[in-house]
Structure formats: C-alpha cells, structure tokens
Design a protein around this ligand. Sequence first.
Ligand code: TRP
Length: 350
Amino acid sequence: MKNKGLMATVIVILLFLGATLVYQLGMSRGNDQAATTPTSEKAEKTVGILQYVSHEALDAITNGIKEGLKESGYTEGDNLTIEFQNGQADQSKLATMSQQLLNKNADVLVGVATPAAQALANVTQDVPIVLGAVTDPVGANLVADMDQPGGNITGVSDKAPVGAQIKLATELMPEAKTVGILYSSTEDNSKYQVAEAEAAAADNGLETKKYAVPSSNEIAQTVQVMAQEVDFIYIPLDNTIANAMQTVVGEANKTKTPIITSVDTMVEQGGLATVGQDQFTIGVETGKMVAAILDGTSEPATTPIYTFSDGETIINEEQAEFLGITIPDSIKNDATLVNGEDTTDSSSAE
Ligand code: TRP
C-alpha cells in the first residue's frame, strides 16, 4: 500500500512536469503561428461517429461525412478529431460504444444507420446527434417531426423512392405477378419501407409476399424458399441484408430470380436494378449538417431532416443478360449501367 501511494505521487509529479513542458512548448509555437494563422480558421472540434456495421453503402456514407466536414472547413488531424466506432451489428457493442463516444466529450455525435442512431439517442438528450442515412427518423422514435425535430437530433434521411423502384421492376419484368420482400425483422428502418413497397406493389397490380429474417443466419434458406414462390425479390434499405448481399445473390442466381434493390451498391453486387441515391452524397450532406452545428449556425431542434426527392436509375447490364431480361431503350437511355463482376465470379466458381 505504502509503495503504491509513493508510486502514485511520483507519477502525478512526473505527469505534472510533462504537462507543463508540453504546455510551454505549445505556447511558444502558438505565438510563432499567431501571425500566420488565418483568422477564418475554425476552432478545434471533436466528432464521434458510430457506424452500425460495415457494408459498402455505410462505408461510403462515413467517407462522405468526412468529405462534407472538410468542405465546410473541418479537416481531420487539423482542427478536427474524429472518434470512430463500428458496432458490428451487435446491440451490446452499440450501447457500450455510444457511452464511450459520449465520454470523449464529442461536440457532435453521428449515427450511421438506424440502430446506431438509436443507440446514441439512448445515452444523451443533450449532445447534438446527427442522423446519417436514417430511413424513417419519426418511426424509429428519434425525432418528433421531420420539419421540427424538437430535441437534440436532426440529420439526413435516405428514404428511398419506393414507387419508382417498383415501377421500374414492372417495366423490366412485365410478366411478373408476385414480388417477395426480403428484410430483417429487427430493423425499424425496414418496417417502414416494407409497408411502402406493399402499397406500391398493389398500385402496380403485383401480389406481395413478405419474408422477414430474424438474423443473417436464415438468409440463404429464406432466399431458397422465395426463389420458388415469387417472380422477383425486392430489398429495402436493410443493413442485415446489405451485409449478406453475396449470399442473397448466390442463392437467387441458382434459379435466376431477379433482385430489385434500394441502393446502387447492391446493384453493383449482383442486384438487377434500382432507383437510388448515391451513398457518398448522402454522407456529404450529413457532414455539412454536422459542420453547421459545430459552427453554431444551426441547432438540431429547429433544423429540418434533410431528404432527397428522387434517385438515379441504376441497372446491372451483365446481370440483366444473365437473367434473360431485355432493358427497354427508353429506360436504358436515362440509366447508369454497371456490370456486376459477382455474376461471372460465382458462375466461374461453381
Ligand atoms: N437507411 C438505413 C437505416 O436507416 C441505412 C442505410 C443507408 C442502408 N444506406 C443503406 C441500408 C444501403 C442498406 C443499404 O438504417
């Protein structure tokens, strides 16, 4: 005990001496710099980002957030510290990481995807939280109102143009009668979009079957069942499914069942088509909203949720060919065509 006490005292003294030295060095450097530092340079800030899981879309959004911050005068390593955590789709990790980010005294917290934003919202009602690509902020109990959020939360919603997606599906597959919706039963963001897709399908004369998976373990088997029961598969902005897109495509390809997705990254991975928003751009918008709060020029309570009005048509031409689907010229002319290298990969692997 005695020794420990002595050690502690010595450590405290050493730390104090060290800190004093660093401080004095900093002061003298600061004085040198004072003349050259532009007055417009913004104060040092810390932003905590919690990303739900790693899949291509969310990774692109996080990169976009950094770009948006940079465009607004906050550069990592310069006047910005970014504390980044990836929850790996694990609820208890998300809870712990949210608390850790809060403890870092972040000026603004950012939740990328709904479950991450919900975890952050559980640990603070004071520190501003910006939503990065949360489909349905009201339904996820994050804000009271899209235009007047009311609390410490605002941000970007990536609500998909569902009507346009289903319409595109019927144009590419005029013979289709039944759509199967594949989603995870644990994600609030998907619930909302599934309801929208059901309505849009009805409007377009399609019958809907819903397939909710409790976890990623059931995806392969569920897709096998779907392949027997539906004409095409529709996937909302669901993180669990996005994270397992290789599996979905692998199974669906066995019966040549087309997949309409909600995001370009999933078309690139072997989906047939979507009308969607560029994920990086969603991130950039999010980053700009973070910067405005750091600047003190906006407050979450009174800043409306940013939404995108429409999307871009993206078609995987190689996948269309594999499925025997002809893309009408009227659609092709306005669409961005991508080649899914996965189609050739999986067929050569078999
Ligand atoms: N909108 C999703 C959510 O609220 C997150 C998300 C953004 C996403 N882009 C995606 C999910 C692409 C799947 C695919 O959680």
